[in-house]
Design a protein around this ligand. Structure first.
Ligand code: ZN
Ligand code: ZN
Ligand code: ZN
Length: 163
């Protein structure tokens, strides 16, 4: 292996070499730094100048749960695309060797469900209130399940998205 990567200060734009501006938070709680040579124009809704944006990692939240594989603490991690997962706190990414080390336990959070006292208009079974990992809510029929072996949904397909 003979790859030599340029060591760059994290505060300098890799596109144009200008300094990065201060960290700003988006309405959804994500954090980013823009290049100081770029300016967001709210009128035209475009970035003028350098378009480099550095997304900052959201600090993972420590959970009360333990890793089922190794017993260490689990962390709640939110990805850039607003997906949530639990991962083992011993798992770390080494940017130099580009390898993950530690325990590889990961559990994607697919949302939560709650039983409702409402009947499905299609088949008469109970409905469940389902909250997706991105926070959207829907009512769906409790007979609707994901068959892992067949890789398809089975049961009643009634779904009602809530606003
Ligand atoms: Zn720049
Ligand atoms: Zn673990
Ligand atoms: Zn149904």
């Amino acid at each position: 292996m003979n790859t030599q990567e340029e060591v760059q200060s994290p505060e300098i734009c890799p596109k144009c070499g200008s300094k990065l501006s201060e960290v700003v938070a988006t309405p959804t709680g994500k954090k980013l730094q823009r290049c100081s040579a770029g300016q967001w124009n709210a009128d035209t809704k475009t970035t003028e100048g350098c378009t480099y944006v550095k997304w900052l990692q959201i600090e993972p939240e420590k959970l009360e749960e333990k890793c089922p594989k190794c017993g260490a603490d689990l962390l709640l991690v939110v990805t850039r695309f607003n997906k949530r997962m639990k991962k083992c706190s011993t798992n770390t990414w080494d940017p130099k060797t580009r390898q993950a080390s530690g325990c590889d336990y990961v559990e994607w959070i697919n949302g939560t469900s709650e039983n409702l006292e409402e009947d499905c208009p299609e088949c008469g079974e109970k409905l469940v209130l389902f909250t997706t990992s991105s926070g959207k809510k829907m009512k769906k029929c409790s007979t609707n399940k994901w068959d892992k072996e067949k890789r398809c949904a089975v049961g009643c397909t009634y779904v009602e998205w809530l606003k």
